[in-house]
Write a protein that binds this ligand. Structure first.
Ligand SMILES: NC(=O)c1ccc[n+]([C@@H]2O[C@H](COP(=O)([O-])OP(=O)(O)OC[C@H]3O[C@@H](n4cnc5c(N)ncnc54)[C@H](O)[C@@H]3O)[C@@H](O)[C@H]2O)c1
Length: 373
């Protein structure tokens, strides 16, 4: 490997430009050496904006370049699996936006392929890398909460509370009589990731429900209002092997600002509440209480959880994603076994979403792992 970690970003659209490319470029150990996008105009403007000279309309042109260490997949969802699989086959470390594949078994197979080749993978679980969430995990591991009793995770904001806000990625063949997963898959995933990670135990069984609150919406592709029977709000509960109970609530019609994450853990010794909500110029807070001092007080997040010069006044997407990129760079450059939020974790989160959906469709508790059922 050359001195710097050399990264190629595939998909140079909105999220790549807000989070991935600036996130990598913040780290002095990393160089973004190439961009690929099927849209030449998007490619050219991203190349100009971020000073990247190697620009390709076909990502496959990057795979045989031995100087590229990491392929970062930031395309729309349809291309995630194909590009990740091709990059691993070409011996590249891979960062991919979620989901890698709607079938968790395909994602798990890629995780196993990567491990067999000594390659590292990472999912775009942006919020796990928020300094407040990492600090909370540090407190949990230090025994601050004692035995965890309850976890509550929320991802909710009101970006589609107005039916006139155009919606993308709508399945034109969907049966309007059957509610389709939407919020839980697109927005619930990050808090499901944090739930698993903080619990330190296996999820055993889940139950829950989904609801369509706003029946008709504007569809971006047609510019027309249309009946869309989609989950725009849902609630779930789960039982963990260590006795912990958990709840997850996700919605994009619940009043509040981006990104709208809240994660709470209550244990035998203490409790932690992390909020990742952009409010009044601050993008994250952490509050804690103990069994003897029950009033929650805000804690300062220690500087070691931030990139150099970083602060909670930065844009949340830039701050959290630059933490993700720095963590992946450390994992690859260190050469040790550490690899948090990898494709195996992505498969577990997708399996959990699939279990939730099965619970809703059968109106019953569903046990994990699903393969065993
Ligand atoms: N983790 C997070 O918090 C988070 C937040 C926002 C978006 N996302 C995810 O990021 C991804 C990109 O979202 P976006 O809003 O930037 O979409 P976008 O449509 O703005 O950008 C996607 C880009 O990928 C390009 N593309 C599509 N197929 C390609 C292929 N085969 N090869 C090369 N380029 C290809 C498109 O031309 C487009 O420029 C999505 O999967 C989205 O779900 C994640």
């Amino acid at each position: 490997m050359s001195e710097k970690l050399r990264v190629a970003v595939v998909g140079a659209g909105r999220w790549a430009q807000r989070a991935h490319i600036p996130g990598w470029q913040r780290d002095p150990r990393v160089e973004v050496v190439a961009l690929a996008d099927t849209d030449p105009a998007a490619l050219a403007s991203a190349g100009e904006k971020f000073g990247v000279r190697k620009l390709e309309t076909d990502y496959r042109a990057l795979l045989n370049d031995p100087s590229i260490d990491v392929i970062d997949v930031a395309t729309g969802n349809q291309a995630h699996y194909e590009i990740s699989a091709a990059a691993l086959a070409a011996d590249k470390h891979v960062l991919c936006e979620k989901p890698v594949h709607h079938d968790y078994r395909e994602t798990r197979a890629l995780s196993e392929l990567a491990k067999s080749k000594g390659l590292k993978t990472k999912l775009g679980f942006t919020f796990r890398y928020a300094p407040a969430v990492q600090y909370a995990k540090h407190l949990i591991d230090s025994g601050f909460v004692g035995q965890p009793y309850m976890f509550n995770g929320y991802e909710q904001n009101s970006q589609w509370i107005d039916p006139a806000t155009p919606m993308r990625q709508v399945d034109p063949d969907a049966d309007p009589d059957v509610i389709a997963t939407s919020s839980i898959e697109g927005y619930g995933a990050p808090v499901i990731d944090i739930m698993h990670w903080w619990s330190g135990a296996e999820l055993q069984s889940v139950v829950g429900t989904m609801r369509n609150f706003v029946p008709e919406r504007m569809v971006r592709a047609t510019g027309q209002m249309q009946r869309l029977n989609i989950d725009d709000g849902d609630m779930w509960i789960g039982e963990f092997a260590n006795g912990m109970l958990a709840s997850i609530q996700s919605s994009y019609v619940t009043v509040g600002n981006f990104p709208g994450i809240e994660a709470r853990v209550y244990g035998s010794e203490g409790a932690i509440i992390v909020r990742l909500v952009d409010e009044f110029g601050i993008c994250q807070t952490i509050k804690t209480a103990t069994r003897n001092e029950v009033e929650f007080v805000e804690r300062e997040i220690p500087p070691e959880f931030f990139p150099a010069g970083g602060s909670s006044q930065e844009d949340w997407d830039f701050l959290f994603y630059s933490c993700l990129c720095a963590d992946f760079a450390t994992e690859i450059l260190s050469g040790d076994a550490a690899n948090q939020g990898d494709f195996a974790q992505g498969a577990l989160v997708q399996e959990t979403i699939n279990a939730y959906e099965r619970s809703f469709r059968t109106r019953s508790w569903v046990d994990l792992p699903l393969d065993a059922a």
